[in-house]
Design a protein around this ligand. Structure first.
Ligand SMILES: Nc1ncnc2c1ncn2[C@@H]1O[C@H](COP(=O)(O)OP(=O)(O)OP(=O)(O)O)[C@@H](O)[C@H]1O
Ligand SMILES: [Mg+2]
Length: 483
């Protein structure tokens, strides 16, 4: 039973002193301040208590037997690196106090301390402990939500993407992310930020397709008061918001050449000029841009400035379409279902048949389409187990990698990718075979004759791999195919 008047825990403190009187007095004083206080008579005892990991502050005597305060300090920080330590020293041992600080103690008090002085130093150390914990939590939080772990899929194509991503994340290089709609470009941009040295600063996204040309300029660069009708006060632009962090310029091809040249100048000079302002402001921004168009073609057709293209394209990350990594479908489907289940009182699970069904699809809308399909199925399905019929696909067969394409017609024109609509469904066996062929071919392309690695990557034994390759008439690339 907790007393309604008990104040919340203000901090957990461990007091270590081999002199019983001194220890008890200090503990008493701190308990009166509503801290939770533990006591230890020796360094060994203290280390055992610290191993539990719930202590925020260690307040220890310097001169103790057999383990002295400095040794305790050193070993305590090994078990609990975030621990705050205050050293209690006898009058006149200032050198030891300095040594303690050098070893990582936060502060020291001389043993003739006044109560108010101890209170003040303890509260300050605990404040620091709380601050460090918050920063830790924030970083973990952003990393969990946006780090590499948010990118589901262990296919060779995704692994290549993530390893490249990790390599460029550390640098400040401008990155251009290319990929069809719904492949996960924004997720990749966030992961880049989450793994960069800028991760504790802002990630600022701007979608060029969603804002009109004139607004876009003042959004990005800001404007002076009275720069245009409606500009009643001065405003910072997103470049300034992103100072120290990452600016994500999404759909960058959806801009005019005039805007593109302004963007180019800002990137080249590392400076922005607010609309209607004559002086420029220095900004330290890492730029990541994305497009789902064929940007090289946009350049060839003079819709996108070549100089800006070169400036953005220091490093390219290509996010592969889902149909080229169908091995990722099961993990992605599970991931989206788990998310849907977390919001629903009636958890659902995927049947093997449903997974096979999904793996036979070519996903013109990529991961986003799969995400929608799973959410819809989870919301609408009658039974606990999701079946193929819970996923109404507009197309039910892939174009085989070899031989004649399946019977399909292209629907839709211009703009977005056309959708394949089949007129006859394949058998389940055909779908499985096609998915296997696809996964194996991709792995073979990566590892060639190294079949042990191919098997490893696909999670099957070498014999199984060999058997499947024989049945599918697949051979390692360097071996000539016998007819
Ligand atoms: N590898 C992945 N793991 C988990 N979720 C993913 C993955 N890839 C994409 N998604 C999810 O799919 C949806 C689409 O991703 P995102 O918005 O990043 O795509 P995009 O490439 O930016 O698309 P567009 O070009 O249409 O803007 C998002 O909800 C995203 O969370
Ligand atoms: Mg996007």
């Amino acid at each position: 039973m907790t007393d309604a008047h008990t104040p919340p825990v203000r901090g957990r403190i461990l007091v270590v002193d081999d002199q019983r009187n001194m220890r008890a007095t200090t503990a008493l004083l701190l308990r009166a301040e509503h801290y939770t206080v533990f006591e230890a008579a020796t360094g060994e005892e203290a280390l055992a208590q610290l191993a539990g990991g719930s202590i925020d502050l260690l307040l220890t005597d310097l001169k103790m037997e057999p383990m002295d305060g400095l040794t305790l300090l050193r070993r305590a920080l090994e078990v609990a690196p975030r621990l705050q330590v205050i050293m209690m020293t006898a009058f006149g041992s200032i050198e030891s106090a300095v040594e303690a600080m050098r070893l990582g103690a936060y502060d020291y008090v001389t043993k003739s301390f006044k109560e108010s002085e101890l209170r003040y130093r303890v509260e300050r150390a605990l404040e620091r402990a709380r601050l460090l914990r918050d920063v830790d939590n924030l970083a973990t939080d952003f990393n969990q939500r946006h780090g590499l772990s948010s990118l589901v899929g262990r296919s060779p194509a995704m692994r290549e993407l993530t390893s490249r991503l990790m390599r460029v994340a550390q640098s400040d290089a401008t990155v251009l992310i290319q990929g069809e709609s719904g492949t996960g470009k924004e997720l990749v941009a966030r992961a880049l930020h989450a793994h960069s040295r800028r991760k504790s600063r802002s990630f600022v996204p701007v979608n060029c397709a969603a804002i009109s040309e004139s607004l876009l300029e003042s959004e990005l660069f800001g404007h002076a008061k009275g720069a245009f009708t409606g500009a009643v006060k001065a405003r910072r632009g997103l470049f300034e918001e992103a100072d120290g962090g990452t600016l994500f310029i999404d759909e960058v091809t959806e801009t005019s050449p005039t805007f593109q040249s302004k963007l180019l100048r800002a990137l080249q000079e590392g400076e922005v000029r607010r609309v209607g302002e004559s002086t420029a402001l220095r900004v330290d921004v890492r730029t990541v841009a994305a497009t789902n168009r064929d940007i090289e073609q946009e350049v060839r057709e003079k819709r996108f400035r070549q100089d800006l293209y070169y400036r953005l394209n220091v490093v390219t990350l290509r996010v592969p379409p889902l149909r080229e990594r169908l091995e990722d479908v099961p993990a992605l489907a599970e991931h989206f279902l788990e998310r849907a289940n977390a919001r629903s009182p009636k958890p659902k699970r995927l049947s093997a048949a449903a997974v096979t069904h999904l793996m036979g699809y070519d996903f013109p809308g990529n991961v986003r389409e799969l995400e929608n399909l799973v959410e819809q199925a989870a919301a609408l399905a009658e039974s606990d187990e999701l079946l193929p019929e819970d996923f109404p696909l507009r197309v039910s067969r892939l174009t085989p990698a070899h031989g004649t394409p399946s019977i399909a017609v292209l629907e839709g024109q211009g703009g977005g990718p056309g959708r394949l609509v089949s007129t006859a469904g394949p058998t389940l066996a055909q779908v499985v075979e096609e998915a296997e062929r696809h996964a194996i071919t991709q792995a073979l392309e990566r590892h060639g004759v190294d079949l042990a690695r191919v098997a490893d990557e696909l999670g099957v034994s070498s014999t199984t791999l060999w058997r499947k390759m024989k049945r599918l008439n697949l051979r390692p690339p360097s071996e000539p195919t016998r007819e």
